[in-house]
Design a binder for this molecule. Sequence first.
Ligand code: FAD
Ligand code: DLZ
Ligand code: SF4
Length: 511
Amino acid sequence: MGVLRLVLGDQLSPGLSSLKDAGPGDVVLMAEVAEEATYVRHHKKKIAFLFAAMRHFAEELRGARLNVRYVRLDDPGNQGSLRGEVARALEDDPALTAVVVTKPGEWRLLQDMETWRDLMPVPVDLREDTRFIVPLTEFYAWAKGRKQLRMEFFYRDVRRKTGLLMDGEEPAGGQWNFDHDNRKRLPKALAPPPRFLPPADAVTQDVIAFVAERFPDHFGDLEPWVFATTRAGAEAARDHFITEILPGFGDWQDAMAKGEPWMWHSLLSIYINCGLLDPLDVCQRAESEWREGRAPLNAVEGFIRQIIGWREYVRGIYWLKMPGYGQTNTLNAHRPLPDFYWTGETDMRCMAEAIGQTKRHAYAHHIQRLMVTGNFALIAGLAPAEVNDWYLLVYADAYEWVELPNTHGMALHADGGLMASKPYAASGNYINKMSDYCSGCAYDVTAKSGPRACPFNFLYWDFIARNRESLAGNPRMALIYKALDRLDPVSLSAMRDQASAFLGSGCKARL
Ligand code: FAD
Ligand code: DLZ
Ligand code: SF4
């Protein structure tokens, strides 16, 4: 007699709620299945990372004397879906009397699992995912009755709840947020520090070869390999970040530079999201660096806010608003995704950099996702459904609970302003201020129209003008609409004509 305990690819945590009462006679099921690998055509590196990390985690569990049934994608009899694999495991072992699983991070799969109660011959116990700091019931209670769900207020509550960076009742340093110190442009002479980018071990190399053969037409490159796939490796990446990189995190958080994919970012989302690292533990370690005088408060507060603030907040928004969150299209955006989102082949240097490294590493940092590829999608009016799918498949850290609010809400403003009080729309000027991309670009960031005009410039003003009805009533947009009204009509009309021609050509971004 025993229980079948299903562990998903992003549930690689020994303290998982579905494993907490595991004992002899139980079987832990882990399965590589076509349905999960192809419901969007994930980046090859994302699939390889997850399969390798799953295989390592299976060994970790076996090391803890658990009986693991690990199904590889190419195993004969693989049913191709988690549902099919659970049913097959129950059929193969009639002594299993129940199925236990921690709820998945995507609504699509939760819906499916809820049908298992009728489909499976034994009871199915769906447990809460306790790896987050704020349980969903607590988030729903926080959201109830509020007109605006602002992250900053949620974040303060999570600081109080966890005691992170608190001195009694007061925030450490007397302020909740040090972002005004965190928006520096990178000086020419300062190069980002070397990173911890471990080579692929033998298990990972096998998976890389398998993924290359099995998913040749999925997006992205498998080499160079840059991710750890074991818990020990993820912990080494965490420790390297905290001791070597974290002190600069705040100052250069919004900066971008040619040929520099990582800057001072942590590259930890991939490990946190699949369960190899615990978010609260990472934050406590970061706080210790400040308390012991090894990292400044603006860096540590900024980093902790991303995890206990943004990460927890977007998860709450996702589950609060699903299903249907991704169905809205407040700004009425319908253009197809241009081809260069897949190839990186465009003369816009900023887009080529962000998409090129996305293809190479399945990674781009937040400002590239928000203010380069996201900003372009917003001001060009690309269809949210296509953009959402793109972000879900290209990044190794992407699962819908975290990807969708960030894309649909924060980047595209397609949720009517639930996530962000105003659209993150910007002209080339912002990119020029925060990066050195424009100096190597075929377009001229100072030109608003004309043959070499930066597309971000004319698209920005066209976006502002064409969305007047939806946005002009927003008090945070008042200054921008004043600026629009002050623009010389001839120059505005030239920009709008150029935007129209550019968009009409399918965003042909070649000079
Ligand atoms: P760092 O800059 O080092 O930040 C530290 C940690 O904070 C991250 O590891 C992550 O756990 C957390 N974090 C930071 N910002 C956010 C945020 N906005 N939401 C949630 N957590 C955050 N993040 C994902 O994890 N998966 C996604 O699929 C994803 N899609 C995004 C799509 C768009 C359009 C945008 C604008 C942002 C998206 N983000 C996503 C948020 C953020 O860009 C990534 O978490 C971050 O770039 C990961 O790199 P890092 O670990 O180096 O982060
Ligand atoms: C992303 C992913 C991929 C590519 N493959 C698998 C898999 O074969 N088996 C599995 O259990 N999980 C996989 N995952 C992660 C799931 O898609 C993820 O658990 C759900 O989307 C819920 O977040
Ligand atoms: Fe991007 Fe425009 Fe700068 Fe070129 S000039 S890098 S397109 S912002």
